[in-house]
Each structure stands twice: as structure tokens, then as C-alpha cells.
Ligand binder design. Structure first.
Ligand code: 9MR
Length: 347
């Protein structure tokens, strides 16, 4: 029974018992999910955030994170430069701190990210060819093995497509090792951690008509048809006025889900403020709820001041840890039970 049903029954029961309208209203309010995590869980979804290990001593930060979120992504601590600072020398201290905090507070973890052109350690940046391919595969194997059993889903490969409008792969040292580097990374991740969901994660893949979206779709379709192990696609969802939530966002999520993969919103933030920001956050939330295989939403930070683009105030809590209009809008949609059409979310 979801919250909507329960609210209905609580309200009916209260009326029948003659408790009166006020009491019924109070019970109804109590029954709705009062946090993002709770309300999302009632919809069979998770609601998560990125955390930075350097802020785990900030009690305002951890209090909000503990109360509101059920899924944790390490903002930087599990990336290649953090986990393999020297070739063959692995450092899991910062990543472990995030994972320990998450599991200690009953949360799940999204792993981010095993293979990426960016945030490579210096030694890897200067590598190429088969030596780089081997080093990348060893990295994927070692890190996925270290975190085996602790990670719900991995961003196995991050941001491998270009933004130049022709749907091509992004040029990088990894891409130059051969077009099959992505599937090789997925195979290595599956062998190392058979139980984690393996995701491809990217940005600017929100509009169904964007050539980059189409190119990622074609890759996922190809992987599915050839049995390359891929379970999910992550949509980063970094929006601002120049890159608003598209009208066809729901269609994009649904088309990917129809390939037989889960879809997840992995790094959501929307620059702006007030009602217009709140409306866009609602639209994204509605779009996810409208797609059965959209398994959860992660926002990319806790307070506006924690954001990688803090000046755009793109998150759900202000710099004082107060809930913004966007927070209430997301919570209302999660509690609404009747998903709307994400296509209504325009900026
Ligand atoms: O939020 C992250 C920021 O602290 C780092 O400096 C930055 C370095 O590239 O990465 C940010 O996170 C990125 C994520 O890992 C991948 N998608 C884009 C995110 C925002 O830049």
C-alpha cells in the first residue's frame, strides 16, 4: 500500500470514527512521507545526494544528509585520481570514509566513477595504447573488487560521448585505445562485482532529439543485443537557463528504459531560484516517477554552498541548510502518488 492509499484509508477511518475534520487532516499530514528518502521509498524509488568526505565533520551537512537521503555518491573520492594515485598503488581511504558513513547510517552507495577521461591520475594521463588499456582494466577490476558487496550501482564509464553535435565519441586517451574500450570496462566490472548494477553515465543526454542522446541510445541498444553487461543508464541532469529541462525528458527516460535497462538521475542540479526552479525540479521528479524503470534520483550536493557551481544556487537546501521552494516541490511530487507528465517541465 503506498502513501496515497494509506492516506486515504487513514482519512476515511478518522472520519468514520468521528474524530472530525481537524484530526483527519492531522493524521493525513502525518502519513505523507516527511523526507525525500521516505517519500521516494514509498514510490519504490531512492532519493540520494553526493557527499564530500571533507564535510563529514559538518553536523548541519550530515544531519540533513542523514535525514533526507537514502543513496550516497562520493562526489570525488572514488574517482581514478583518488583511488590509484600511483600506478598499482591504491588508496581507498577517502572513498571508504564515505562508504562507511553511508552504510553506518543505513544508506546505499552509488559508485562514481570507474573509467573517465577526466580526473585521471597524472601517470595515466600520459599513457596510451595497450599499456593504457591494461591499466584502465586493472583499475576497474581492483576498485570494483575492493567495493564488491558495498555498491548498489557503478558508473562504469562516464562522459564518453562528445558535445559536437554529430553523436561521435569524445576524443580521449581512453577512446584512442580502441572503440571497444567501453564494453571492455563493463566486462571487467561485471567480473569483479557481479551483483552491482553497471551504468553508463553522461550529461546533455536529456533531450531525446539531441544527437548525443541518440548516440548513447544506439550504444546501449547494441550492448543489449550483443550481451555486453549493462544494467542502467545515468542521466546527470545538470540544468540551467541555457540548458533547461527539455519538454521531451520523460520520453528520453522511457525510450532508454524500453531497452531493458534501469534509468537513474544521477547528478541533478538546476540553477535558479524560487518558483521557476521549483517547477523544473518538480518536472524532473514527475518524469522519473512516470517511468517504471527510473529507480531513483540523486542531487549533486546537499546545500547550495556545497555545489560545484554554488553561485547558481542549484540545490534543494540553501546555504543555511533551510529547505527551499524546490525542496517542497520535489517532496510534494513524491508524495502525490499520481505521477504527472514530465513533459510539462519547461523553463
Ligand atoms: O562536483 C565535482 C567537483 O567537486 C569536481 O571538482 C569536479 C571535477 O571534474 O567534478 C565534479 O563532479 C562532476 C562529476 O564527477 C561528473 N559529472 C559532472 C560533475 C560536475 O562537474
Amino acid at each position: 500500500m503506498n502513501r496515497t492509499t494509506r492516506r486515504w484509508r487513514v482519512t476515511m477511518g478518522a472520519t468514520v470514527a468521528g474524530l472530525g475534520l481537524l484530526a483527519a487532516t492531522a493524521l493525513s499530514a502525518q502519513a505523507a512521507g516527511s523526507t525525500l528518502h521516505e517519500a521516494a521509498a514509498d514510490q519504490g524509488r531512492y532519493f540520494g545526494t553526493a557527499l564530500a568526505q571533507g564535510k563529514l565533520n559538518d553536523t548541519q551537512y550530515t544531519t540533513i544528509a542523514d535525514r533526507e537521503f537514502g543513496m550516497i555518491t562520493a562526489e570525488n573520492e572514488m574517482k581514478m585520481d583518488a583511488t590509484e594515485p600511483q600506478q598499482g598503488v591504491f588508496d581507498y581511504s577517502a572513498g571508504d570514509r564515505i562508504v562507511d558513513w553511508a552504510t553506518g547510517h543505513g544508506k546505499q552507495v552509488r559508485g562514481h566513477a570507474l573509467a573517465w577521461h577526466s580526473q585521471q591520475p597524472g601517470w595515466m594521463q600520459s599513457m596510451e595504447g595497450s599499456a593504457l588499456r591494461q591499466a584502465m582494466l586493472n583499475h576497474v577490476t581492483q576498485v570494483a573488487t575492493h567495493y564488491r558487496g558495498k555498491v548498489y550501482a557503478w558508473d562504469v564509464v562516464n562522459e564518453a560521448f562528445s558535445d559536437n553535435g554529430d553523436g561521435s565519441r569524445r576524443d580521449s586517451n581512453l577512446q584512442r585505445t580502441g572503440n571497444d574500450w567501453i564494453e571492455a570496462a563493463f566486462e571487467a566490472a561485471r567480473a569483479a562485482d557481479p551483483d552491482a548494477k553497471l551504468c553508463y553515465n553522461d550529461y546533455n543526454t536529456d533531450s531525446w532529439t539531441n544527437p548525443k542522446t541518440q548516440a548513447v541510445y544506439a550504444m546501449v541498444k547494441d550492448f543489449r543485443s550483443r550481451g555486453v553487461p549493462i544494467d542502467c543508464v545515468g542521466f546527470q541532469a545538470h540544468f540551467n537557463s541555457g540548458n533547461p529541462v527539455p519538454n521531451n525528458y520523460h520520453e528520453t527516460l522511457q525510450r532508454f528504459a524500453d531497452l531493458g535497462v534501469d534509468v537513474q538521475i544521477t547528478e541533478l542540479d538546476i540553477e535558479g531560484s524560487g518558483g521557476s526552479q521549483a517547477e523544473q525540479f518538480s518536472g524532473v521528479t514527475q518524469a522519473c516517477l512516470a517511468v517504471e524503470r527510473c529507480t531513483g534520483i540523486t542531487v549533486w550536493g546537499v546545500r547550495d554552498t556545497d555545489s560545484w557551481r554554488a553561485s547558481g544556487t542549484p540545490l534543494l537546501f540553501d546555504g543555511n541548510g533551510q529547505k527551499k521552494a524546490a525542496y517542497h516541490a520535489v517532496l510534494d511530487v513524491l508524495n502525490g502518488g499520481e505521477p504527472g507528465d514530465g513533459g510539462s517541465a519547461t523553463s
